[in-house]
Design a binder for this molecule. Structure first.
Ligand code: PLP
Length: 361
């Protein structure tokens, strides 16, 4: 079986650096919010070319905290996309706000920003665009709507660490960027971890308190926060891995190019002319998706669907049940994700291509 990810291989290459990081943290006697976290925050901010970065416990909470830091919560509405990982919604709900979804562009599966305006009312406070699969959203269109209606923009960058929009990194264009370092992401920790990036000093200071139950000064609390701290081990691990991120993203790009050159009979997502994807996932589209998925499994290729249903059809999502989202519905019934990770061997890649191309016969 060719697996969908191979974390053991990934770790093998990194073991010496990881051992060093582990020993450094264990010997330090300090395990939560310390020197490693601070150093990672600075290094990641420098990588993104953003002023501030705050390490938090997960990508979901990065979204929650970014909203809270911008005073978005109870009674407010936040507009996002109908095709995303459910934690985008969890992050918004956790902040106390109501998520409102809009349809996607059929070529990319990214939020159709022209649909945002029709959802704006007095309660609307923010937009959470999701840079899905590693592709950047059309930020010019989104920022224009946000500016006209005075809305806060929190970029969900969980799948897009290192992706660019024009000459900027995703996550540095809106008010905040929310990142996930869950092990499967392009920059993954060995546990849960996340970060919020921002250029605004007041937002940064608020985030520092909010992630640490609202503490402003030791044992003094001016508002309520949550416990969403990054631990020293994960921060040290991320510091060891960050220098390889560009290399890994490039490898993903090479695998994606290979798929696009070699695969026959399937459709690919359209490349955006305005940005560089980091190919968190490699998506193919075919009207024969369910059969192809079965065939791949039977032939030893792990494939998955990201995501099989649009948000408005999830039981946990209580709104917009009667609305029709034509593109989301077609898109989610035609997509299939193929293995794509830096350690995927040329042999396995070629095998996947051959198996799919034989399916058409
Ligand atoms: C993974 C992911 C998240 C959540 O990140 P966690 O670190 O798992 O909490 C949010 N949004 C998207 C689009 C994701 O892919």
């Amino acid at each position: 079986m060719i697996p969908f990810n191979n974390f053991k291989l990934h770790y093998q290459d990194l073991k010496p650096g990881m051992d060093k990081a582990f020993t450094r943290v264990m010997d330090s006697g300090w395990y939560v919010l310390g020197k490693e976290v601070e150093a990672f925050e600075n290094e990641f901010a420098r990588y993104l070319n953003v002023k501030y970065c705050v390490g938090v416990a997960s990508g979901t909470e990065a979204i929650t905290l970014a909203l809270m830091a911008n005073n978005i919560g109870e009674g407010d509405e936040v507009i996002t996309t109908n095709v995303t990982a459910f934690p985008t919604i969890t992050g918004i709900v956790q902040a106390g706000a109501k998520p409102v979804v809009v349809d996607v562009f059929k070529e990319s599966g990214l939020i159709d920003f022209t649909k945002i305006v029709s959802k704006i009312n007095k309660k609307t406070k923010g937009i959470v665009p999701v840079h899905l699969y590693g592709q950047s959203c059309d930020m010019a269109g989104i920022m224009e709507v946000a500016k006209q209606h005075n809305l806060c923009v929190i970029e969900d960058c969980a799948q897009a660490t290192g992706a660019t929009y024009k000459n900027k990194k995703c996550g540095t264009i809106g008010n905040c960027g929310a990142f996930s370092f869950y092990p499967t992401k392009n920059l993954g920790a060995y546990g849960d971890a996340g970060a919020v990036a921002t250029n605004d000093e007041a937002t940064y200071n608020k985030l520092l308190s909010l992630r640490n139950y609202g503490q402003t000064e030791r044992y003094y609390h001016d508002f309520n926060g949550i416990n969403s701290r990054l631990d020293e081990l994960q921060a040290a691990i991320l510091r060891e891995k960050l220098p390889f991120l560009e290399h890994w993203n490039k490898k993903r790009g090479q695998i994606a190019s290979h798929y696009k050159e070699q695969l026959k009979g399937v459709t690919f997502l359209k490349e955006n002319e305005y940005g560089q994807s980091v190919y968190h996932l490699f998506i193919i589209k075919t009207t024969d998706r369910d059969h192809l998925l079965k065939y791949l499994k039977a032939n030893g290729v792990a494939a998955l669907i990201h995501y099989p249903v649009p948000i408005h059809k999830q039981k946990a999502f209580l709104y917009q049940k009667d609305e029709i989202f034509t593109e989301s519905e077609i898109f989610t019934s035609n997509i299939l994700s193929l293995p794509i990770y830096p350690e995927l061997s040329e042999k396995d890649l070629q095998k996947i291509v051959t198996i799919i191309n034989e399916y058409e016969l």
